[in-house]
Design a protein around this ligand. Structure first.
Ligand SMILES: Nc1ncnc2c1ncn2[C@@H]1O[C@H](COP(=O)(O)OP(=O)(O)OP(=O)(O)O)[C@@H](O)[C@H]1O
Ligand SMILES: [Mg+2]
Length: 521
């Protein structure tokens, strides 16, 4: 039957099939030199030549070429095998989308009536789309898993940190009250100070966890990462001096980003601290910033999904020549509590990632053991710098003595109401503690005139702090309101002041002094 079919095939049909087939087909001699090729093959060679930036794609014309691995399969086909093998072509790196091209090539020998091999036929199939789709699928799957893990851990971290913070309000607040009451020479002062120090460290853990959960303080302004890195490096230079050389490549006219300066400082500090730990026996730390058009960024190498509308990015690299890390370590460094350091908490990079993500940015790590590490933060560019952007807040002047007055405290936690009452009384104020908005409004209705300020907890489970604020503001527009929160919600209306939980007597005094008139001299 097969021979009947073959006999029936008109050579003209074969010719036409060869010429017009949409697949690149070529016929080679047993010496590997090209003898015939169809139009699709020529078009393919031209297209590959263009894409790879090497002109005509010669490897296709000579099967003896070592390049692209054609030679070994060719030799096996000449020995009588039918083969299907894969080869890839890396396009010109300056191409707009430098994606590797993937092909399958079928090589089969043809025979004369004496069963001697006369020629080798090659058929090429472009499987790039399929390969890229598979790769994208795998990447999306990995991203989804990562996103689910981050979301779950973020929720957990956020709620632990919130409760933890509230407990710390009690510890830090009471110890500062105690310190205020202990006479200067008291032997208990050292003990109380040790408690205060421990509570501050614990507050730092809570702050890192909140940042990981994307719930840190959030006051967005236009800033320059070059300026920010430069100012922080000035602070770090002295502590780094014994261990590392600090290099800076910070172009002054860098495009700006929209970011929270406090959080960005936390990012740089955490990254530089890690770099410092990595160069424990000496080395170089480089802080580098620059701009990158979105078309040149391969986001598959980054953690985080930046705003797809971003056309340009600004990057900040913290590079060190330290001990680096292996692939297994690098895969876990952003997990909260993952640490390889005896005294590490494993929260630095989790906080960095949380902050970068909540700014619509992304991060990458490049590291090799014994060579060093580069951590890159990528943020969407906002605009060109128009003026020198001031970053470091001016040091707070010590608050002037303020007039004593009547303060309303609204917080649903009894412990915090009690603590604030004691603290405010110690500062010379009178206090009405309220557990709800209704109670506060009722108290104000009876005696609004005497109140000089309201301290309002923003995160009460039963009440929406913003709504309570709006109600007080609507009825008593001149009464200053100071928010209290472990974190500052992005959408929070601008109140008259902000008291970050946990706080000491000193923090409370500073917050109040901004809204209560100074006492007459
Ligand atoms: N520049 C670096 N070079 C080598 N390893 C690093 C570098 N940065 C981070 N790592 C690795 O990642 C781990 C996690 O870092 P991360 O900053 O989250 O926590 P940590 O530094 O161990 O503790 P801390 O909470 O005090 O920051 C480190 O323990 C270390 O193994
Ligand atoms: Mg760290």
């Amino acid at each position: 039957m097969a021979s009947e079919r073959e006999r029936a095939l008109d050579p003209a049909i074969l010719q036409q099939l060869f010429r017009d087939a949409p697949l690149p087909i070529a016929v080679y001699g047993v010496d590997g030199a090209l003898q015939h090729s169809n139009d699709a093959h020529e078009a393919f060679a031209d297209a590959l030549g263009d894409a790879s930036g090497i002109g005509r794609f010669n490897a296709l014309y000579d099967l003896r070429s070592e390049r692209y691995g054609h030679r070994a399969p060719f030799q096996r086909t000449v020995a009588g095998e039918v083969l299907d093998y894969a080869f890839t072509v890396r396009p010109d790196v300056s191409a707009p989308a430098p994606d590797t091209l993937h092909f399958h090539r079928l090589l089969l020998p043809t025979y004369d009536p004496e069963r001697r091999i006369t020629n080798i036929v090659s058929v090429i199939i472009d499987v790039s789309d399929w390969q890229h789709a598979e790769r994208d699928k795998a990447r999306l799957h990995a991203e989804l898993q990562q996103a689910q893990k981050t979301e779950g851990l973020g929720l957990l971290a956020g709620s632990i940190a919130h409760d933890f913070n509230n407990l710390l309000v009690g510890v830090l607040g009471n110890v500062s009250l105690l310190l205020a009451r202990l006479p200067p020479g008291s032997s208990l002062r050292r003990t109380a100070e040790a408690i205060e120090l421990a509570a501050r460290r614990a507050a730092d853990v809570a702050r890192q966890l909140l940042a990981y959960a994307g719930k840190g303080r959030f006051r967005v302004e236009e800033l320059s990462l070059s300026e920010l890195a430069r100012e922080i490096s000035e602070l770090l230079r002295i502590t780094l001096a014994q261990r590392a050389e600090l290099h800076m490549e910070l172009p002054p006219n860098l495009a700006t980003v929209k970011a929270d300066a406090t959080q960005m400082r936390q990012v740089v500090m955490n990254l530089v601290t890690n770099a410092r730990d990595a160069v424990a026996h000496g080395g170089v730390i480089t802080l580098r910033t620059g701009e990158l058009p979105a078309s040149r960024v391969d986001l598959s190498a980054y953690l985080g999904r930046p705003d797809p509308q971003a056309t340009d990015f600004v990057f900040l690299d913290v590079e060190d020549t330290g001990f680096g890390m292996d692939v297994l370590t690098a895969a876990r460094i952003f997990d909260p509590f993952f640490t390889t350091k005896p005294a590490g908490r494993g929260l630095g990079l989790s906080a960095v990632l949380g902050i970068v993500r909540s700014h619509g940015g992304a991060m990458s790590v490049t590291s090799s053991p014994g060579v060093g590490t580069t951590m890159r933060v990528l943020l969407p560019a906002h605009g060109q710098p128009t003026k020198t952007l001031r970053l470091m807040p001016a040091p707070e002047p010590s608050p002037p003595a303020m007039q004593c007055g009547h303060v309303l405290v609204i917080d649903d936690e009894e412990m915090i109401r009690g603590l604030l009452t004691s603290m405010l009384e110690a500062l010379g104020h009178t206090v009405t503690p309220c557990s709800s908005a209704a109670e506060a409004l009722h108290a104000l209705e009876h005696d609004a005139k005497s109140a000089c300020c309201v301290l309002l907890d923003l995160n009460m489970p039963q009440h929406d702090g913003n709504e309570v604020f709006a109600r007080i503001r609507a009825r008593y527009p001149r009464l200053p309101v100071v928010f209290m929160s472990g974190y500052e919600a992005r959408a929070a209306p601008i109140a008259d002041g902000f008291l970050h939980k946990p706080f000491t007597m000193g923090d409370l005094r500073v917050a109040l002094s901004k809204v209560i008139a100074p006492s007459p001299q």
